[in-house]
Design a protein around this ligand. Structure first.
Ligand code: GLN
Length: 504
């Protein structure tokens, strides 16, 4: 048995029965990373020594009678999530050697639960992107086809899970960054409700939509991780004091033959017509149609709904995101963190070009930030500047409110929504990297849930030319449980999530 290929649920059962140890599980993952990551390039840091020490501790906790779904389970975290004592680069030169003095709240919770951190994964610099090509340290390759992107920005996390380098990974989703790579790599990816899982200790991108979430092999596993990372956090005022339900009830195991069952009887799922558009590839549309047919056999009723403001999602997102990015990246000034090009002592403050302090700022930022970060800083600074604020930022916020209201209203009439995750499968590395607008359009089905703070999950539902296709379920606020119920039942009767890439 190759332990690294197990799901959390399977590994948990074996750990509980004392048939395997966390040290064995951790070693299997580390060996897999060594075997395949030279080609995939999912990991930026692997902390072998620390991981083995944590695994040993987890085994000791279990020997003393402790239990827990994540006790001894090895995982990887996206490199924009702070980890005490282990580098956090956000895939940026400006943070190349940054070591955080504290853990993000979600890392702390996972540590308490006994999960074992194996290392940190690649991303688009500061999570700006949908392909992982914007990483300052080179792109990650899709395990299904090494010539293709894994999606982004949590591309390293998704590729690592798909290639069985870990049992699960953490990502962050601001405008699709968990769901897009999950869809491109054929795994499950959950963006929780905004406020469900703490942002404390994430390298902030767009604070009003950032949310960390799990990338897993099954829906049931996503539920298990969420139950650990969810909950109110005094360090993040936007987290909400709503007790997370017992998510882990969601089912997934060996597929049973598709039968006309009662599992999802009484549920109505909305199909927003603006997400079923001509630009979607035929094979992707067919895979999603087939999933709808499968869910009908489980008792789901489908209803067409309309979200006319959907077309404003990408333009609104690309005003709000750069605006918040321009503000959030201001802290990287060559003084407080990371790279500093010209070091003080500085000549007296005189202003302008000759000002030594100004030179530290401009040279450090000029050298430390990649082209996409700079583009977003400029776009955002423009949108927020006096004279343009009303026309861009304020207007975008007004339209955002419309998008949110419309989604909330439609979700009153159905249990959740189903859409494709993306209009196509993973594209070739380099195919779009010279065209930022085309890259921004990758988020077409993602921005609605992000701007509205709603939970959404991407689940594998087929293949197109050997590459995975994903479907998206969007839920009511704080109703992740229903997404798990639908997704879990779907994975009980289908095998898409069980397919593994052959890495050569
Ligand atoms: N593709 C989106 C962007 O580039 C999403 C990023 C994210 O969710 N972090 O902004």
């Amino acid at each position: 048995m190759q332990l690294n290929t197990l799901t959390i649920k399977q590994a948990g059962q074996l750990l509980a029965k004392k048939e395997i140890t966390s040290v064995e599980l951790t070693k299997a993952c580390l060996a897999r990373i060594k075997e395949v990551d030279g080609e995939i390039k999912a990991c930026l840091t692997v902390c072998e020594k620390e991981a083995l020490a944590e695994a040993k501790k987890a085994d000791e906790r279990r020997a003393k009678g402790e239990s827990g779904e994540l006790l001894g389970i090895p995982y990887l975290a996206k490199d924009n999530i702070l980890t005490r004592g282990i580098k956090t680069t956000a895939a940026s030169k400006i943070l190349e050697n940054y070591i955080a003095p504290y853990d993000a709240s979600i890392i702390r919770k996972l540590k308490q639960a006994g999960a074992v951190l194996l290392g940190k994964t690649n991303l688009d610099e500061f999570a700006h992107g949908a392909s992982t090509e914007n990483s300052a340290f080179g792109p990650t390759h899709n395990p299904w086809d090494l010539q293709r992107v894994p999606g982004g920005s949590s591309g390293g996390s998704a590729a690592a899970v798909a290639a069985d380098m870990c049992l699960f990974a953490l990502g962050t989703d601001t405008g699709g960054s968990v769901r897009c790579p999950a869809s491109f790599c054929g795994i499950t990816g959950l963006k929780p409700t905004y406020g469900r899982s703490s942002r404390f200790g994430l390298v902030a991108m767009t604070s009003s939509t950032d949310v960390p979430g799990p990338l897993t092999k099954t829906v049931a596993d996503a539920a298990m991780v969420l139950s650990v990372i969810a909950g109110v956090d005094k360090n993040d005022g936007t987290t909400v004091n709503i007790t997370p339900p017992a998510y882990a009830k969601a089912s997934a195991g060996k597929p049973t033959p598709l039968v006309r069952g009662e599992e999802l009887k009484g549920l109505t799922i909305g199909l927003p017509k603006e997400y079923f558009i001509a630009g979607t590839d035929k094979a992707v549309a067919e895979a999603v149609e087939k999933a709808i047919a499968d869910l009908k056999k489980l008792g789901v009723k489908f209803k067409q709904v309309s979200l006319p403001h959907t077309k404003y999602g990408v333009p609104v997102y690309y005003i709000i995101t750069p605006s918040e990015v321009s503000s959030n990246l201001a802290r990287f000034d060559g003084i407080k963190y990371g790279l500093s090009v010209a070091k003080p002592p500085l000549p007296p403050l005189s202003g302008g070009e000759e000002n030594g302090l100004m030179q530290v700022y401009t040279k450090s930022r000029g050298k430390g930030f990649g082209p996409e970060a700079k583009r977003r800083i400029m776009l955002g600074t423009y949108a927020l500047s006096a004279g343009y604020f009303d026309a861009y930022y304020l207007q975008a916020q007004k339209v955002r409110t419309k998008i949110k209201q419309e989604l909330d209203e439609v979700l009153e009439t159905v249990d959740c929504l189903l859409t494709p995750s993306a209009p196509h499968v993973a594209f070739k590395i380099g195919a779009q990297s010279g065209d930022p607008l085309k890259m921004y359009l990758e988020d077409i089905f993602m921005t609605g849930a992000s701007l509205s703070g709603l939970p959404a999950i991407s689940i594998p539902c087929g293949f197109d030319g050997g590459m995975p296709v994903g479907l998206q379920l969007i839920g009511k606020r704080f109703d992740e449980a229903r997404l798990f119920r639908v997704g879990g039942a779907y994975q009980q009767v289908t095998e898409w999530h069980l397919q593994k890439p052959e890495i050569s």
